[in-house]
Ligand binder design. Structure first.
Ligand SMILES: [Zn+2]
Length: 275
């Protein structure tokens, strides 16, 4: 049985009324419905902070389908919103809106250098590895979050890894092969991975053999896949991290190229103690 389309109905209307239009045609009516829908403002941006000019924050766009009827389809911003939603549920929530490039303080030349390097990294399509090392309070989380937000808004899937907590969780399930692989692959295979406080341990002691192995497995997997983007922050410099695993750190050193920064241990550089 063939479906009745708006054209069938319109033909019937023409038979009945000739060229005198008693009402607006179905085609005109549908067009008006589509226009009305597309001009209506939605509210999704109030939830996730992302403003979309295409769907006016409804997440859905209306158009006239092949059969002449109105059809709705998901706007491209829904993919971005999904990434934002995931990021907001994975440790980045509190900082996504406040830790932006715009809000990054660049009073001192070393701060300007951090921002310029990060912005250049985002603009460079061939750049896949970013590293920033240095003392707490020097803006590492801020700049890495701003980079993450940049990729989120480009529609990339961004995963946040708090090394201290997530490495402990992974090591806890290492004997359950399937669970370990499932959990670990979320970090290994993320389009963009932001590793916060790389190789940091809870008590501040040196990383164990287990930590080093985990770091090697993760970094090695991501190095093998040239499309992945990896953003790393650490309280240590790459040279200091090299004392734990020289091979892995020298590969990060090479891959980051011009996009690595180490902030010197200077108390005046600490955001938290400057008033
Ligand atoms: Zn949209």
């Amino acid at each position: 049985m063939s479906e009745i389309t708006v054209y069938d109905i319109e033909r019937k209307a023409k038979e009945l009324y000739g060229n005198k239009k008693p009402y607006i045609t179905l085609e005109e009516w549908t067009k008006k419905q589509v226009e009305l829908f597309n001009s209506t403002e939605g509210k999704l941006h109030l939830k996730d902070g992302y403003s979309c000019p295409y769907c006016k924050n409804k997440g859905v766009i209306s158009k006239i389908g092949a059969d002449g009827a109105e059809v709705h389809y998901y706007c491209r911003c829904m993919k971005i919103r999904k990434s934002l939603y995931e990021a907001q549920n994975s440790g980045l929530k509190a900082v996504l809106s406040s830790f932006t490039f715009k809000n990054f303080i660049t009073d001192a030349p070393w701060q300007k250098n951090i921002k310029d390097t990060a912005v250049a990294f985002c603009k460079d399509e061939n750049a896949k590895w970013f590293f920033i090392g240095g003392q707490p309070g020097s803006g590492k989380t801020h700049i890495c979050t701003a980079i993450s937000a940049f990729y989120l808004k480009q529609g990339f899937q961004v995963k946040y890894m708090n090394w201290c907590e997530d490495s402990k969780r992974l090591k806890g399930v290492i004997n359950d092969f399937l669970l370990y692989e499932k959990e670990f692959s979320l970090f290994k295979k993320a389009q963009v991975l932001y590793i916060d406080d790389f190789l940091k341990t809870k008590g501040g002691e040196e990383p164990t053999k287990g930590d080093i192995n985990l770091a090697f497995e993760l970094i090695n997997h991501r190095l093998m896949n040239s499309g992945y983007i990896t953003i790393i922050s650490s309280e240590k410099s790459l040279r200091e991290l090299g004392a734990f695993d020289e091979g892995t750190m020298s590969r990060i050193y090479q891959c980051t190229g011009q996009y690595k920064i180490t902030i010197g241990a200077d108390k005046r550089k600490n955001f938290r103690i400057v008033h």
